[in-house]
Every structure is written in C-alpha cells, then in structure tokens.
Ligand binder design. Structure first.
Ligand SMILES: Cc1cc2nc3c(=O)[nH]c(=O)nc-3n(C[C@H](O)[C@H](O)[C@H](O)COP(=O)(O)O)c2cc1C
Ligand SMILES: Nc1ncnc2c1ncn2[C@@H]1O[C@H](COP(=O)(O)OP(=O)(O)O)[C@@H](O)[C@H]1O
Length: 311
C-alpha cells in the first residue's frame, strides 16, 4: 500500500484512481459501505482513500476525548488495506488546512489526481468551516469532470452508524454494541509493560498493555477478550479475562488495561499484543483486601471460561 502524507495539495498521480474521502476513524460498517461502493465501481482504476490526521474535531475544538481515536493511523491503514485500499493520502490536518476553501480543495487539490470517481458518505462536509456539502462537492467535481457517488448512511436500529456512536458505546462498556457497528470486536494494540508484580503473587499474572495513549479505552471494568501476538511468524492467540481500571483495591492511581491469558505461562514483556474486547463481565470494585479480590478474580475466570466453552 502507498501511504502519501500531504500538507495541502497532493502530488500528481499517474494512475487513475477512485477516491473515497473521510475520517475513517474505526473503519466501521458505514465506512465499509463507502469503500464497498468505491470498489464496486473501479473499472480498472486503483482504490485510494483520503483521510485526515490528527482527528479534525481535536484540532478544531481541542476536546481531549478526540485526542484519542478508535483506530490510530497504523491500525486504520491496516483495516483500509483489508477493505482493498491500495493508496492512502493522509492529510496533516491543521487549523490552517481547515481554512482551505471548498473550491481550492476540489479545483486545485483533487484536480491533481487522475480521478475516475469520488465516493463519500452523505454527511461528508469539507472546506472552510466545514460548510460545503455533498451538493457542493458534486457541483465542483462536475467542473473537473469527476463523477461523485454519495453513499447513504448505514443505520442500526434507526440510529446512524458513526464513530461517535461507537465512542458512546465504549464509554458505557457496551463492547458488544460497539462490535456490531465496527463489524469486528473493538481492538487495542499495545506493548506489554512491567507492573507491580502483584498479579503472579495472587495467582493471576496479568500482562499490562502500554502505549495505548492514542486509543479510546472502554469503560473501567472486567471483560472477556481474545489476545493475539503481533508481528511474529507464529501468531499465537488466547482467550483472556481483562481488567480496565485504576485498581482501587491496591490503591492504584493510573488506569491500566491488563489481561490474564488462559493457558499461557511465560514472558510477554515488550511484546506487542492485540486485545479484542468480546463481552463486559462486571464493574471494577474496591474490595476489602487482596483475598477478596483474589476470590472474585477466580470467579471472573470461571465465568469467562464457561462463557467461551472452556469449562
Ligand atoms: C479479572 C480481573 C479482575 C480484576 N478486578 C479488579 C477489581 O474489581 N478491583 C481492583 O481493584 N482490581 C481488580 N483487578 C486488578 C488487580 O488489582 C491487579 O491485577 C493486581 O493488582 C495485579 O497488578 P500488577 O499487574 O501490577 O501485578 C482485576 C484483575 C483481573 C485480572
Ligand atoms: N497467563 C498469563 N497471562 C498474562 N501474563 C502472564 C501469564 N503468564 C505469565 N505472564 C507474564 O507475567 C507478567 C505479568 O505478571 P504480573 O505479576 O502481573 O507482573 P506485572 O505486574 O509486571 O504485570 C506478564 O507481563 C507476562 O510476561
């Protein structure tokens, strides 16, 4: 896959392209519908996606929640490739870029690409102040002879599938609902870090995932999950029970995502793991002491193993 970082106008492209444009955070079933429509109409052209980074809402509003995303660029690109994308234009989104007039975006930037077609979702907005709509896009693309396909929003139970809806589900611990909208379980990729080495003392060693700063983290609590190694020839995977939270029982202060892998013994430090949330089990609680916590974790393990057909 070609990855082209763009500050304003993209470099001229030699090959004909069908271009899907959007934020693609999550590469959810709505995004998949847009990419599917683009793929269905390639006519020999290559499928490209144009996207924006950092998240435009973060750049424009400074809302901390948007400093984190569902799919950081590397994960987003991996998923885009799975959808058949062969080239990604990643626009470095700044306040200055946000003031690009709609006319400049289409007549000067998009015009440099050999576009056979542009494909967007119906709520696509662009240009200065995000004021230009798909109607403006059609009109301006018409001037450079590029047809536009507008894909209707995918709905789930009458609600438009959106990254913000998935964020709300995760904030409330509804990982099953998030999965339905993503078309796959919500997944974090992180590197195993050292903790306080208390886990193995109580009989449940837990791999602590670090380097998660770019990710939206689901609500604190205990989850059933699957965990896989990344970047090794022999990919291994396990079911696991996961705790997300600040560990009030042991007076933890920082939030951690930690996984106890079923049927694993060994060293995972510094390995990259991919952790997929399957089901929420319970809230995180402050127990009277380590013994009570240990008994509850034993219960959690039994519950999750039973759920996954391991007992
Ligand atoms: C399945 C599971 C459930 C947990 N639930 C809680 C909880 O409800 N409250 C809590 O304070 N800590 C909970 N923990 C976190 C433990 O306190 C933590 O694993 C322990 O402190 C070990 O930390 P370490 O990785 O730093 O050694 C849970 C851990 C696991 C694996
Ligand atoms: N079944 C297992 N699940 C998770 N980690 C395990 C398991 N068996 C061994 N480990 C190793 O033990 C470490 C976790 O042990 P723990 O005592 O909780 O230490 P720490 O506090 O450093 O996380 C993991 O990072 C991993 O290297």
């Amino acid at each position: 896959m070609d990855r082209i970082t763009v500050t304003a106008a993209p470099p001229e492209s030699a090959e004909p392209l069908v271009l899907a444009i959007g934020k693609f955070d999550g590469v959810h079933i709505g995004h998949q519908a847009i990419l599917g429509a683009a793929k269905a109409d390639l006519g020999g052209a290559r499928l490209a996606a144009m996207t924006f980074w950092p998240h435009p809402t973060y750049v424009l509003t400074g809302q901390e929640a948007y400093a984190r995303v569902l799919t950081p660029p590397q994960e987003r690109d991996r998923l885009l490739v799975e959808q058949g994308v062969e080239r990604v234009y990643e626009i470095q989104f700044t306040r200055e870029y946000a003031s690009t007039p709609a006319e400049t975006f289409v007549l000067e930037h998009l015009a440099k690409l050999r576009l056979r077609r542009v494909v967007v979702g119906e709520d696509f907005r662009f240009g200065q102040g995000g004021k230009a709509t798909v109607e403006d896009l059609k009109r301006l693309c018409g001037e450079i002879g590029v047809p536009v396909t507008v894909v209707r929003a995918v709905e789930e139970n009458g609600v438009k599938v959106s990254s913000s809806q998935i964020r709300r589900h995760l904030a409330n611990g509804r990982v099953e609902a998030a999965e339905a909208l993503l078309g796959r379980p919500y997944t974090l990729a992180g590197t195993v870090e050292h903790g306080d080495a208390l886990g193995r003392q109580i009989g449940f060693p837990t791999a602590n995932l670090g380097a998660l700063e770019a990710y939206v983290i689901p609500k604190d609590g205990v989850y059933a999950a699957s965990v896989a190694t990344v970047g090794q020839a022999d990919r291994r995977n396990w079911f696991a029970v996961v705790n997300v939270g600040t560990r009030p029982t042991v007076d933890g202060t920082t939030r951690r995502v930690e996984a106890h892998l079923f049927g694993f013994a060994g060293d995972l430090y510094d390995q990259v793991l991919r952790l997929s949330f399957l089901r929420r089990v319970r809230d995180e609680r402050k127990f009277a002491g380590i013994e009570a916590l240990k008994a509850q974790i034993g219960e959690d393990v039994r519950f999750v193993k039973q759920m996954l057909g391991m007992l």
